[in-house]
Design a protein around this ligand. Structure first.
Ligand code: HEM
Length: 471
C-alpha cells in the first residue's frame, strides 16, 4: 500500500474520508452559488441618464486615470446611458482578451453602425470574414509585395517636396503617407491621390471624418460615395492590376450591399492610427538629440555607400532588419502614444478581483495607461528605445504588458504592416532629409480616447534634402 493511503487509513477511517468528500463538494456548490454579487465601485455623476458624460467628455484620457486613483483598479462609469467598466491591471487582462464571457463584436457593432452606416445584420454576416481577409493578406510573411510598392511611393512623395523649406511636420507626414498607403492598399491612383487638388479634397474629408469635427457626417457621406463609385468602376474594369489589392479582396468578400462601407472601415483603420504614430516616432527622435545621433549613425553605418547615404530606391526588407535601433524607436513611440481605450461587450457575468461585472456593461481597457504603468515600464514617461532590447527584432513578438494592438481573436490585423511602414518611412526620411525642429515638442490632445493620440498643436520643422538619387 502506498504510504499516503496507509497514513490516511490510520488517521482517518474510510467512512470519514467519504463524509469529508461529500461535505467538500456541497460546500463548493454552495460557495459557487453565493459568489458575492458585488459590483465594482461606480461613479455616475448627478445628472440622470447622462451620468458623468460632461466631466468625462471634457478630458476623457485623464478623467479615466483620475477615476482609477479614486475608485481602485476595477471601476464603472455611467456615461450617457451606458455602463463602462474599466479594468486596469495587466494580471486581469486575460478576462478581457480571452474570456468567453466577453465579446468584441457586441462592443463595436453600434459604433461601427454610427461611423460607417453598416447595419447590425450585415455587420454580423461580414465582420469576421473581413477581419480574416485583412489578417491573412497583411500577415508578416505576406508583406513582401507591399514593401517594394510602399518604398517607391514614399520616395515619390519625398521627391515632391522642395529641396529645402519649412513645413508642419504633421502635414508633411500625412501628405506623403496617405497617398502611399492608399495607393498600396487600394491600388495605384484608384482613389484620388493625384492630382494634388483632388488629393487635398480627399485628405480634408478624411481628417474631418477621423477627428469627429462638426461636419463629420457630410465627410462620411462624401467618402462613402467615393468608395461606392470606385467599386462600380472596379467592377467594370475586371482583370486589371488593381484586381489583387487588399481593397478588392475585402470588397469581393462582403456579402450584400455594404461593400463600400466595409472599405471605408479599412480606409479608416489603415490611416487613423499609423499616421499619428509615424508623426510621434519622428518627433520623439528629433527632440532627443542622442537618439537622433544614433538613428543617423545606424543608417550611415548599415546602409551608407560612398557618399554615406543609402540609395533609397534599392532598400530591401533585409536592410530594414539590419536597422533594429530605429525599429525600437517605432515601438517605443507606439508604447507612449497608444490608443486611449479598447472595448469588449460583457455577455455573461464576469468575475474580476472579487467583483461581478454584469451582462450589458462595456468592458474597457486602456493601452495608453497600461503603457504608463511603472510596474511594467519603469520610468514610463521616458522615451527609451533600449527598453525594447530584449525583443528579437525579427520575431513577431512585443514586450509583456504591451497592448497597443489589442490581443486575442480580433487583435489588430494590420499590426505588422503598421510597424513595417512606419519603420521604413522613418529610415527613408532620415536618409533623405536633414530635419531641425523649429517649435517646442507638442503635447498630445487629451480628447482622443479611441485610437492613437494626436498632437495638440502644429510643429514646424526645417528640412533640407541630403541625397540626390530619389526616383
Ligand atoms: C500603429 C498603428 C496601429 C495601431 C496602434 C492599431 C491598433 C488597433 C487596435 C487597438 C485595434 C483593436 C484591437 C482589439 O480591440 O483587440 C485595431 C483594430 C484594427 N486595425 Fe489596427 N492599428 C494600427 C494600424 C493598423 C493598420 C495599418 C491597419 C490596416 C492596414 C489596421 C487595421 C485594423 C483593422 C481592420 C481593425 C479592426 C479589426 C476588426 O474589426 O476585427 N490597423 N487596431
Amino acid at each position: 500500500m502506498e504510504l499516503w493511503r496507509f497514513l490516511l487509513n490510520v488517521f482517518i477511517p474510510d467512512k470519514y474520508v467519504f463524509m469529508i468528500g461529500i461535505v467538500t463538494v456541497v460546500t463548493l456548490i454552495i460557495y459557487r452559488r453565493h459568489i458575492p454579487n458585488k459590483q465594482p465601485p461606480c461613479y455616475g455623476g448627478w445628472i440622470p441618464w447622462l451620468g458623468c458624460a460632461i466631466e468625462f467628455g471634457k478630458c476623457p484620457l485623464y478623467f479615466i486615470e483620475e477615476c482609477r486613483k479614486k475608485l481602485g483598479p476595477v471601476f464603472t462609469l455611467k456615461v450617457a446611458g451606458s455602463r463602462l467598466t474599466f479594468i486596469t491591471e495587466p494580471e486581469d487582462y486575460r478576462n478581457f482578451f480571452t474570456s468567453r464571457n466577453v465579446d468584441f463584436q457586441k462592443a463595436v457593432q453600434e459604433p461601427v453602425e454610427k461611423t460607417a452606416s453598416i447595419p447590425q445584420e450585415s455587420f454580423h454576416e461580414n465582420h469576421t470574414r473581413m477581419h480574416d481577409t485583412i489578417k491573412w493578406n497583411l500577415a508578416q510573411s505576406n508583406l513582401g509585395p507591399f514593401f517594394q510598392r510602399i518604398r517607391n511611393k514614399f520616395n515619390e512623395g519625398f521627391h515632391q517636396w522642395n529641396k529645402t523649406g519649412e513645413a508642419d511636420l504633421n502635414s508633411f507626414i500625412r501628405g506623403t503617407m496617405y497617398k502611399a498607403v492608399l495607393d498600396n492598399l487600394f491600388g495605384d491612383y484608384v482613389l484620388p491621390t493625384s492630382p494634388e487638388d483632388d488629393f487635398k479634397l480627399l485628405e480634408s474629408h478624411f481628417v474631418k471624418f477621423d477627428e469627429d469635427f462638426e461636419d463629420w457626417s457630410t465627410s462620411k457621406q462624401w467618402l462613402l460615395n467615393l468608395l461606392k463609385n470606385t467599386i462600380i468602376n472596379m467592377k467594370n474594369e475586371e482583370n486589371t492590376s488593381n484586381d489583387q489589392t487588399l481593397f478588392s479582396k475585402v470588397v469581393k468578400n462582403v456579402k450584400g450591399p455594404h461593400a463600400a462601407n466595409f472599405a471605408m472601415l479599412l480606409m479608416w483603420a489603415s490611416l487613423a492610427n499609423a499616421i499619428p504614430m509615424t508623426f510621434w516616432t519622428v518627433a520623439f527622435i528629433l527632440w532627443n538629440q542622442d537618439v537622433l545621433d544614433k538613428v543617423k549613425r545606424e543608417i550611415r553605418e548599415t546602409l551608407g555607400n560612398n557618399n554615406g547615404k543609402a540609395n533609397s530606391c534599392e532598400l530591401t526588407e533585409n536592410d530594414l532588419n539590419r536597422l533594429p535601433y530605429i525599429k525600437r524607436c517605432v515601438l517605443e513611440a507606439i508604447r507612449l502614444r497608444s490608443p486611449g481605450v479598447i472595448t469588449r461587450g460583457v455577455k455573461e457575468p464576469l468575475h474580476v478581483k472579487g467583483y461581478t461585472i454584469p451582462v450589458g456593461d462595456l468592458l474597457m481597457l486602456s493601452p495608453y495607461w497600461t503603457h504608463h504603468n511603472p510596474k511594467y515600464f519603469p520610468n514610463p514617461e521616458c522615451f527609451n528605445p533600449d527598453r525594447w532590447l530584449s525583443i528579437d527584432p525579427e520575431r513577431s513578438t512585443f514586450m509583456d504588458g504591451f497592448v497597443a494592438f489589442g490581443h486575442g481573436r480580433y487583435q489588430c490585423p494590420g499590426r505588422w504592416f503598421a510597424v513595417m511602414e512606419i519603420h521604413l518611412f522613418v529610415v527613408l526620411l532620415f536618409n533623405t532629409f536633414d530635419i531641425t525642429p523649429l517649435d517646442p515638442f507638442p503635447r498630445h490632445s487629451p480628447l482622443h480616447l479611441v485610437g492613437s493620440q494626436q498632437p495638440e498643436t502644429a510643429m514646424r520643422v526645417k528640412y533640407t534634402r541630403i541625397i540626390k538619387d530619389i526616383v
